[in-house]
Design a protein around this ligand. Structure first.
Ligand code: GLA
Length: 762
């Protein structure tokens, strides 16, 4: 029986002697000898252990959900991937680890599917780690040293063949979804500092195939989460942010599908997401033999991290998963993982409340009476959380002043926030507030007092974005200030929710206060401090929920999601544009974390006019919010919204936490969009159908739901819109999924919602 923590460690002195042999070919035999002669209790592990070590073959196998991941140490001492994909039979074994390589032009180090490789010997692919030692040596060759297994976590330690550079690779597989978290801890156990120039968390290796399709997400302000699809060919595709934060130009997620599949629910898909909210990079490399490596971590651009003796650097986590149910299955797996294992209080997560936000109604012009009037109207339609947006603090009249001065503006709120918060509570809602903690306007008391608190290069201009500068959160005094004002705000006021905004990217990323060799460490330390502040705040104020916003969706990633309950995907609130943004978003992120507001028509961004019903339907596909100016609503608007919000409340667990099927895509100029959410228990399915514009008498495509139980009876019920009288009121899952449902949407910007429910469902 394997003990809960098994350790296989070769004593350093023996290993050093063995390593000295690495320059000649006998090392393979030496390592094999060590493996065979070591006390390897792990080999007797029962078949149902989540991690199994086979001492004779020197391989590790992880199993969870529908996934197996197998890796091993080859004859050179290199750690290589052996298999990643559909769960293998309990007794299946993988081929033995063996380095691969052909000619003088194709060295083994480049063709062997390394799990984690240093830049050294003759490496041409993206290295996981590249260092410069103080004596000018830049050669790093990492070999297996030891490992430990503790429940779901495997730690494999690598060491350079000569120097005491130690890398712990940590593997943790989610027992439910089989999503594997990988990261690396790089330790300097030498006697002198060295510089890390590149540090990637992990490499995911896929077998050779000439028909891989890559998907990723790109965007810009007001147009986030555009889905890109392209065939992979030999060469390298770089997905990256150099902006100091996650960015909306590319999101740190990818998916690779084998073959062009007939639908969303067929085929092998490997996917990954980087948990980092700073500058990052994911490289997708395909070699001439069509093997694929995906390597992700800190971007090497402008990167240098000095490691003193005894210090270590931890990379972000790079998550990877596999589904054999197509890209649809892959995103459902990722949604389940995010909601079940990433977001705070995952095991006891609250449903997203209906939120009201004042931004589009009042802009910066907030005050006690105006907000109270909106709060009364919001409460009357069933809103549960009232959020006051920008404008409540410092001397904030517009975006030129006030950021950094987090005291309540005495003209707008002469009695502080308490009267408004009390009023909101009396109306049966909780209260939320907008903050942008990492920024400062030059026109602020904070900047006047601490001009050196921002990112800057001495003597150089400071580029402003939205009239603001970025605070250097890597500085301990800035960290203390940011934590301090937020803690005070949350201690002194009954606040249930923070909308945490971040409205520009970095420029002139200098940190002149520390020695030269530490200055580029700002990319790492600022993000660590951000996470640290969020973690401490959550600990001290466990009931406060937080939304990650960055002028829309420029900071959505699995790193920030460990500390935030929801995200704001886009400032673009046009309900038609949103269909596409939400579709792209859903490839990587769960609808349960996606906030969507109903705002005014015509929309401020594109002047498009749509009905309130259409706007509500578009937003009901995630966490529903209202951001309209309720002072302008008619009685009919209030009646419509109240009725639809009441309907939404009945089906929101299905929409937020259920399984999402993208039935008809709004991508590529499609006139249609259909999504289906199936509840966790399979009893309810909510189907949203949208029509952009009727053209040339074309009829609406027939809708084929998915994910229903074939033999069970489901009733159909329209919530918004009418169903044709020819549609039976109840039929089997098979009937709905294979006969399909005809709807007759006509006109422009039309939408409908109907529900399939198992007999006996409420
Ligand atoms: C950003 C956010 C908006 C709003 C404004 C306030 O643009 O994305 O929702 O909060 O800031 O200035």
């Amino acid at each position: 029986m394997i003990p809960s923590a098994s350790v296989f460690r070769i004593s350093t002195s023996i290993y050093r002697r063995k390593l000295s042999l690495l320059s000649n070919v006998t090392i393979g035999a030496s390592l094999a000898l060590i493996a065979v002669t070591s006390p390897l209790r792990a080999s007797a592990a029962p078949q149902n252990e989540p991690i199994r070590y086979d001492a004779a073959a020197h391989t590790f196998r992880m199993d969870a959900g529908n996934v197996s991941y197998v890796l091993g140490v080859n004859e050179n001492g290199d750690l290589q991937t052996l298999y990643w994909g559909k769960r293998l039979g309990a007794h299946d074994s993988s081929p033995a680890p063996r380095s691969e390589g052909g000619s003088g032009f194709e060295l083994a180090v480049d063709t062997t599917p390394h799990e984690f490789v240093g830049w050294g010997s003759g490496l041409y692919v993206v290295p996981n780690l590249k260092v410069t030692f103080p004596d000018g040596n830049r050669d790093l060759v990492l070999h297996y040293l030891s490992h430990t297994i503790h429940e779901n976590t495997l730690t494999i330690t690598l060491k350079d063949i000569e120097r005491d550079v130690i890398v712990d690779l940590v593997y943790e597989m989610d027992p439910v979804t089989g999503v594997l978290a990988r990261s690396a801890r790089i330790q300097n156990r030498t006697k002198a500092s060295f510089t890390i120039e590149e540090a990637f968390a992990a490499t995911w290796n896929l077998p050779g195939s000439s028909d891989y399709q890559l998907r990723y997400l790109t965007g810009r302000w007001a147009s986030e989460f555009n889905l890109q699809e392209q065939a992979l060919h030999p060469g390298k595709i770089v997905l990256e942010s150099r902006r100091g934060s996650t960015g909306d130009e590319v999101n740190p997620w990818f998916a690779i599908e084998r073959g062009v599949q007939p639908d969303q629910d067929t085929g092998d898909v490997w996917f990954g997401a980087l948990a980092w909210s700073g500058s990052w990079q994911i490289n997708v490399e395909q070699n001439a033999a069509n093997r694929v490596r995906v390597t992700g971590g800190f971007t090497p651009f402008d990167f240098a991290y000095s490691l003193k003796p005894g210090q270590s650097l931890e990379t972000p986590k790079f998550y990877g998963g596999y589904s054999n149910a197509g890209i649809g299955g892959a995103s459902r797996l990722l949604h389940r993982f995010e909601l079940g294992s990433i977001v705070p209080q995952a095991s006891d997560r609250k449903i997203r409340p209906i939120l009201y936000n004042s931004w589009e109604a009042t802009g910066f012009d907030v005050n006690e009476s105006g907000q109270e009037a909106l709060a009364e109207k919001a409460a009357s339609i069933g809103v549960e959380r009232f959020v006051m947006d920008d404008g409540w603090f410092g001397k904030r009249k517009d975006d030129h002043a006030g950021l950094g001065d987090w005291y309540v503006n005495p003209q707008k709120f002469p009695n502080g926030l308490k009267p408004l918060i009390d009023k909101v509570h009396t109306l049966g809602m909780d209260f939320g507030l907008w903050v942008e903690p990492e920024m400062v306007n030059p026109d602020s008391d904070l900047y006047r007092a601490h001009p050196d608190w921002v990112l800057k290069f001495p003597g150089r201009p400071r580029t402003e974005g939205r009239n603001q500068l970025v605070l250097n959160l890597a500085r301990p005094d800035v960290r203390a200030y940011v934590y301090g004002f937020l803690d005070k705000l949350l201690t002194e006021n009954d606040i249930a929710f923070l909308k945490w905004d971040y409205n520009r990217n970095w420029s002139e990323p200098g940190w002149p206060a520390v020695p030269l060799d530490q200055q580029k460490g700002v990319y790492v330390e600022a993000v660590r401090n951000l996470y640290g502040i969020l973690a401490e705040l959550r600990l001290k104020h466990p009931n406060v929920e937080i939304e990650s916003c960055s002028g829309g969706g420029a900071r959505v990633d699995l790193g920030i999601l460990r500390y935030t309950d929801e995200v704001w995907p886009s400032d673009n609130t046009d309900p038609f544009d949103r269909l596409r943004i939400q579709d792209g978003f859903s490839y990587a992120y769960a609808p349960g974390i996606m906030m969507a507001w109903v705002t005014d028509s015509p929309n401020w961004m594109n002047n498009r006019a749509t009905s309130l019903e259409y706007r509500l339907l578009s937003s009901m596909q995630g966490g529903l919010g209202i951001g309209a100016n309720l002072n302008k609503w008619t009685q009919e608007d209030f009646t419509t919204a109240k009725a639809m919000i009441a309907q939404y409340k009945k089906l929101r667990p299905t929409v937020q936490n259920g399984e999402l099927y993208r039935l008809i895509s709004p991508e590529n100029g499609s006139e249609y969009s259909v999504t289906e959410s199936v509840s966790k228990d399979g009893r309810q399915a909510a189907i949203f159908a949208f029509l952009h514009s009727s053209q040339l008498r074309e009829s609406y495509p027939r809708i084929y739901p998915r994910g229903l139980e074939e033999a069970r009876e489901y009733n159909i019920r329209p919530v918004v819109g009418k169903l044709d009288s020819s549609i039976p009121q109840h039929a089997s899952g098979d009937y709905w999924m294979h006969h399909g449902i005809e709807v007759s949407l006509r006109g422009d910007y039309q939408g409908m919602l109907f529900i399939l429910e198992k007999d006996g469902s409420k």
